[in-house]
Design a protein around this ligand. Sequence first.
Ligand code: FAD
Length: 516
Amino acid sequence: MIKETEIVCSPEQHEDMEALKLITATALKTPAQQITGIKILKRSIDARGRKVVYRMQVRAYINEPVPQEHQVVNYPNVKEARPVIIIGAGPAGLFAALQCIKQGMKPIVLERGKDVKQRRRDLANINKQGLVNPDSNYCFGEGGAGTYSDGKLYTRSTKRGDVNEVLKVFTDHGATEDILVDARPHIGTNKLPQIITAMRETIENAGGEVRFDARVVNLLVNFSKIEGVELSSGEKLEAKAVILATGHSARDVFEMLHRQNILIEAKAFALGVRIEHPQQIIDQAQYHCADRGEYLPPSYYSLVEQVDNRGVFSFCMCPGGIIAPCATDHNEIVVNGWSPSKRNNPFANSGTVVQVNLEDVPGRDDDPFRLLNFQHDIEKLAFTAGGGNLVAPAQRMIDFVEGRISRDLPTNSYLPGCKSVDLVNVLPDWIHQRLQKALPVFGKKMKGYYTNEAILVGVESRTSSPVKVPRDKETLQHPQVAGLFPCGEGAGYAGGIISAAIDGINCADAAFKFLN
Ligand code: FAD
């Protein structure tokens, strides 16, 4: 017999399968010796009461064997199959490639950056010397912005596709099965690179191609139909279907589309700062205790407030994390965050941003670069304010709200270093003032949050794409170019790893329909 039930256990018990079996037996009023095994279906931390507990949905096998459920997908060989070109090897591009293979098409993935191993050296140059390679950085290279990301795998976009299918691809390629049950699944920056490499190997073993140092500079379009692409080397590749999954930071791709008279539009996004606290402050607020102990993970938060008709919200919160320099070009500063799988750094950071709408930025209504140029101008201002070498402008939280330059800055995780400035010189008034109003309110919602021990680091500007590449809702093709599938975060159809992956799968399915 199989029964499902919800159980509650203490943090000490959450990985002790024998203890969980006993708790399940009690919940089901069944003798423990009759339970042959249990499977955790969902797991979350409940920190609402005075006592923090784990809540789990479990399946109990009573007097029957526990089945081996995990099946690894067999990908067919597609070496000689019809090609689909995929521009960009981020989550959208890689998942599109795997789905192409499942559909019997040969993916040819073109990636401007380097493979995971070589990319690491460029990241070291960024962190240690403040030098950015415009083709290989935290956003560009094998795995895209997803490789050295935090690897949080939750999404609000469950309607667009099967999140579990995406999570299973990650476990098939080396992620722990915990991500299938945790309410807030997370992989971590240290583990993502091997998983991404394994995904590439699956693509190659099935006869697909993944090419690095392959920057696309032109789309080959004939009579409104895509025919292929041209690389910066001058090489031309042919295909009747092209998936454009180049991410939100490939400004040259937006320029390429505009130059080729392929419609793009300005799109709302959000901009602000990254805020970092000592992790202990967040743990104390969320777990209501002096110290979280060894059995609870570093805690997270999610904060949102409407200020003067605009959303101000925390974004991409990284418990036990690091603030990363994510610029993709010289003379600009962009920050984001990541954390290792153990989340064992002493800091908690999150983007804290203000919604930016079209009407906030002066300019022509039909200018697709209106918000992109605004975003870039602020990134350049941040670079100048920091004084170069990716040193970021920063301010303590209460100093920021009260309009004082900080006398000194707290120890923080941003490796290129921070310079104390008044962030009013970097952020436009309407963003600066909304943040000033929101932070004390956040402090009322979360005890300890509003403190001068927290640092604001500028600027968090790549929250989503400031440009949209339109597509038909049904066919997912660009309205002007048959066979061109705008895909993932850069085109405006995703906002994170899972939604980008799902969009990649959907675009591959759409390409299959188009070609058949
Ligand atoms: P991208 O990942 O941006 O990939 C686009 C790829 O296209 C890049 O590899 C780029 O090099 C390539 N490319 C661009 N132009 C060209 C060209 N002309 N020719 C060939 N190739 C090109 N999301 C989460 O869900 N959870 C997180 O915890 C999380 N943490 C993050 C932490 C950091 C530090 C960063 C930077 C991002 C984080 N994100 C996170 C966001 C997430 O990584 C992105 O949403 C996701 O990677 C978008 O996927 P994508 O495939 O659409 O685009």
